[in-house]
Design a protein around this ligand. Sequence first.
Ligand code: PHE
Length: 501
Amino acid sequence: MAQEAVLGHLKRNQEISDSGVFSQEKGIDHEELVNAIKSLNAFGLVIASDIKREKWLLSEEAQSYVKYGSAEVLLFEAVPAEGTAKAKLQEIVKSKLPVDLDDKTKSLIYDKGWAQAMKNKWIGLEDSQVSRKVEHVEDKVKDLLIQIQNGEAVGAKDIDTLKRRKLISLQIWKGYSLKKGPNYTATRKKAATDLVRDHLQRDEWKDVEFKEYNFLAKGQPTEGGCLHPLYKAGLPNFFVKQQIQMIFLQMGFEEMPTNNYVESSFWNFDALFQPQQHPARDSHDTFFLKGDWNLILDLYLGGYGYDWKREEANKNLLRTHTTAVSTRMLYALAQGPFTPKRYYSIDRVFRNEAVDRTHLAEFHQIEGLICDRGLSLGHLRGVLEDFFSRIGMSKLKFKPAYNPYTEPSMEIFSYHEGLKKWVEIGNSGMFRPEMLRPMGLPEDVQVIAWGLSLERPTMILYGIDNIRDLFGHKVRSSLNLSQTHAHTKSVFVFISPSGDF
Ligand code: PHE
């Protein structure tokens, strides 16, 4: 609309001398007109030249002077002909001011009016008595302000006074004057953004006006970087990282640093009393890496009752379980005066497995341990019942098992109502003294610990039968676990002590 008005006007006239005046005449918003001008200018339909105008703006105070009179005149007029006590003046002034002014404004008018009327010598103060010193005053300030508001010229001295009284301030107004441009046409063809098939088929491409590329345009914000479904906490009963994390925190556990995927064989196996001939240390099960850490402790050298080889312990690998992190943490703990600890971690581990529907070469492990004096298998069972009931698995069974580093060891089973069978959900045990004593932990200190994968219970819970739907490069980041297989969900309902989930 604005574009047509400009082009139409230029058809009959040489120029538009002032976009401000033009916008008023045509009833077009000036900002809208400016946008139209910029576009027409860019395509050479018009030539626009900047106009800058200085404009004086009235402050709020000045606007009230225009409406009611200046403060000094209001004050002068409030002083009775016979004079009054100074103490009473403020009240008199306020009582004479328009009722629609609030008390703060009234006080301000009184203060300003008093100062200005005294300065003008309109009033005088003797022995606490205020009296008029002139018979009649004219509201020059109000008149000046009205002139300014109407855009009339006002002398530099007056402008200066009003500016100093902060009644007016300068505003720069920007507009344009316009002439026809080299590409002027009275009616503008809509510029095409792209060359399309029609342009070619109808031979229009020769005449089409193309929009220029705007290389400075910001473009659409990219949508990306969402949390992995396995990491998200959702409502009402997601079995995922953040929720497990919350359960550990509620149970008073601290998180262990798990940011080292590369580990030495020493911390992953040797420090855990796992012999160097153990089948898990075969490259068929573990990913070994080149180079070594040399981070092993002399403490362990030769202490295993077999031909222990330092080179074997030095070998780097991708950690096969987060118990490697637990070992480091226990060793660090043993270096200071003993304090009981509860530690947890949830992070990746790597195993050289044949990948199938239920196995991946990398997955997540949840690990928890408590290190304290006088712990027993009873404590371990109690903690496991507490922990698993919080993720909705309250029917548990324990089966004796074997781990090189725990004695006794227990596999943990949970009854799955949907599948009508017991399913293995984790592994646990009490760390062996052969592991703890060489680290320097006191003799009466025990460590109870357990580990489980993050993926397995999540798969059971949501009826996902292919682990690759949950982890790995094929996972849809929009995967909404709460929509999968509702029948299995009712089995494990999150029950938290705070009722938060
Ligand atoms: N590290 C064991 C695993 O990888 C789990 C475990 C942790 C067992 C702590 C006992 C104690 O399966």
